[in-house]
Write a new protein. Structure first.
Length: 130
């Protein structure tokens, strides 16, 4: 009986640590960018940026994706939020955000940061504040 109790306690402890570690890694950061590298300049316009750079919770660049809504005639901001939400993004960094995009991010539970500089520095700034 004691072995089963000890084993049960160990399993609960291990699972608790794994759940905590997984929740820390849930942060995915998208940076609106004019280029495809971490040293690219943060785009001044979130919804119409050329690219989105996707970073993990440690600030590592995972991928660069072209913004599929950069040339849409209207509603680019909310469409981008929907697109990024599908990729598991929790934070968006850009130079400026439109009101409709801010509303869509709030509705999706995404945080946002206005930042001027390089994508890499924008991610570092967010992670430092967090």
């Amino acid at each position: 009986m004691k072995k089963i109790a000890v084993l049960s306690i160990l399993i609960v402890l291990v699972m608790s640590v794994l759940v905590y570690a997984a929740s820390a890694d849930k942060v995915k950061i998208a940076v609106a960018s004019d280029g495809k590298t971490a040293s690219s300049v943060v785009s001044g316009v979130a919804g119409r940026s050329a690219y989105y750079l996707i970073f993990d919770s440690k600030g590592k660049l995972l991928e660069a994706i072209e913004n599929p809504h950069k040339n849409d005639s209207s509603g680019a901001g909310p469409l981008v939020v929907n697109f990024l939400g599908g990729k598991g993004i929790t934070v968006v960094v850009a130079g400026k955000f439109g009101d409709k995009m801010i509303g869509a991010m709030k509705g999706a539970g995404m945080a946002y940061v206005e930042f001027t500089g390089t994508a890499d520095d924008g991610v570092k700034e967010y992670l430092k504040r967090k």
